[in-house]
Design a protein around this ligand. Sequence first.
Ligand code: GLY
Length: 319
Amino acid sequence: MPYNRGMASSSIVVLANAEIRDEFISEGVERLRHGASAGDVAEFIACAVEDDPDEHTVGYGGWPNILGEVELDASFMDGATLRAGAVAALKGFRHPISIARQVMLRLPHVLLAGEGAARFAAEIGAERRDMLSPEARAAWQQRIAAIGEDTHQRDTIALTLRALGERRGSDTMNVIVRDAAGHICSAVSTSGIAWKYPGRVGDSPLVGAGNYCDDRYGAAACMGLGEAAMRVGAAVQAVMLMRLGWSLESAGREVARQLSDLLGAPAAEDPTRHAHWVRILLMDAAGHVGAFATRPGLCYKVQRADDPHPLLREAVCPA
Ligand code: GLY
């Protein structure tokens, strides 16, 4: 099937992780009702979450790395063209998702990392911001004090391994938007795992791992332990199963089972045991949605054109 072919159904839908405020999702749906594109609405919602200081795993206020630096990952994918853009380990800019989208639009590349990503952001005039909020700085200082270390010591590996063993979340922002024309875009943005080793990049900016989108078959976005989503190619695998004719439900269950098998029961000494889960959001080409997780109790939100507000639902846990 050619990439740009529109789908029969024209149903508008926004699918997002449960931590996103209802008003951001509802404003996105309202824009879709007035003809906005899936790409513009996905970027709008992601930017709103990146600005939210109470969301500690995305954008401003995100937990920093072990050195107290906020390093942000984001990706954007256009299901009509399969074009994608991403940034990884980006410091000092307000909206990583917008920069990721501009990578897609302005460069013949998909992913820019670290200094190159910052250079590109500066060159396109992206807004700079100190992304470390006072609350996040205080939490980092407390963590360093709690493990009885100082960050001037040379052994950053040991420091990271000691600091990581605390539940601070990996609650990535996932949004998948289908517009009135049947086009789908997906956006993922995160500060990653708290107290991570500098330069650690998770699944969120990796097309195929934490984000994938193809109008013809559907879209997927992941939250949770990025290393697991990377190792099974979770997002692209789910969409490819739908491409092969699997239902959304079967594809989601299969990928969640693979992730569960991979993760197993975390060893007591595993420094990431607090984050030993993944949840994947799925949308098929017709706009049906679902979410699948490796543990119970993980939720998501969905709002369609006729819904007055987002509905909260629990992800299926097939294990
Ligand atoms: N899923 C987000 C991360 O692992 O960075």
